[in-house]
Write a protein that binds this ligand. Sequence first.
Ligand code: NDP
Length: 455
Amino acid sequence: MAEFDVDLFVIGAGSGGTRAARIAAGHGARVMIAEEDRIGGTCVIRGCVPKKLFVYASRFAEDFEDAAGFGWTVPRPSFDWPTLRDAVSKEVARLSGLYRKGLESASVAIREERATVAGPQLVKLMPSGETIRARHILVATGGYPAFDPPIPGGELGISSNEIFHLPSLPKRMLVVGGGYIALEFASLFARLGVEVTVLHRGDNILRGFDEDIRARLRDALEHAGIHFRLGCTVERIELLPDGCRRAHCAKGEPIDAEVILIATGRRPNTVGLGLAEAGVELGSLGEVEVDANSASSVPSIHAVGDVTNRINLTPVAIREGHAFADSVFGGKPWQVQHGCIASAVFTTPEVGTVGLSEAQAAAGGHELRIFESAFRPMKATISGRQERIYMKLVVDAQTDKVLGAHILGHDAGEIIQAVAIAVTMGATKADFDRTVALHPSAAEELVTMRTPRKP
Ligand code: NDP
């Protein structure tokens, strides 16, 4: 009898796990993958993909209004939540099916049940009770929404998991938190016609982002009708007789809303997985502690993606999974560079960012030259919409290297992805300057900023 049933057992069929399984199988490994929910993971099933589709839906609200200035007569539009919700669910099911097909065509065996680690090279499946001897185990179980510490009535709120399936569009929504998830949903639901309040414990939203972006985004979201209650926490939530929720806050009046979305961060999904018992070292939030090769403290167990709580973004998990599979099964070892990774916040207006914020660069001891531009987008000159696009380059004064780029406005995510190539390559401001502008575009501002901001 063979010593092992499989060469690789992957726990979790999300972005990172699926990529690792397919690549390892392509290198000739016998691979099995387990998923207790739906194949595709957070990004595809209850994260990036359905969220972005909702964002597209929300932006039509302004498109209808803006069209009038360009000569269109648009009848008063109305919005039907079940149509959107069900169309998005259908697309998510299609994508999940594609993920499954991808695994099957790579000859990866799929188990649709919960897997736990029963030893350094042993996995147990439940409810079937099947045990699998695996030469390597990859933990790719992602994260779960957390509200820590719990508050009385916290269960009356919902997380981003449930928001995609609301039976009806609420009149009022309270969003707790000031990060990616809180702001993206606040922004999109406000545009779908919901009265949204964001309640956040900090004195401004998006901690860690460039200060100018934070301030300008908040202004823009306020301008779009979102109410902010900052420097405040929820102490308890009460169910009112009419089914509405009432959030009692540390200061100020209670807030009533049909839906309370709690978006206060995510935690690595390791509870009950049997990792500590198998000798795997876990961090204070439950994350699997890994080295640059995604190896845990147990040589046969690796981990990739949000469960390691490094940089919790889908493309990072995918790379980590790919690097692991190439290194362990393909004889082509490589490591993911976590240093310069672009990201976007899909609010309206959108945020795109790569590299260091001005504050981070200053704290890192760099002498800086800051280039910035705030301008009215061309479309707004005719639509009449009151909006500004903002761009900032953070440049090292000694080396001329562009350390960071930050954009707030239309297509910021699309633009920053291309800028990230230059920043990753170590482009200097002189490289930006000798790039000929593409006219008329918003992105051309990035290569036409001549004068640094006065200190
Ligand atoms: P974030 O870490 O972005 O934000 C969490 C927010 O909750 C912060 O504002 C934080 O405040 C606040 N918070 C945390 N704990 C508490 C508490 N106990 N009480 C009150 N407020 C609290 O997490 P998200 O859940 O928004 O997103 C999780 C991760 O998913 C992100 O880090 C991101 O990597 C990823 N993501 C990426 C997206 C994208 O790329 N577009 C979209 C969605 C998610 P404070 O700032 O004070 O800590």
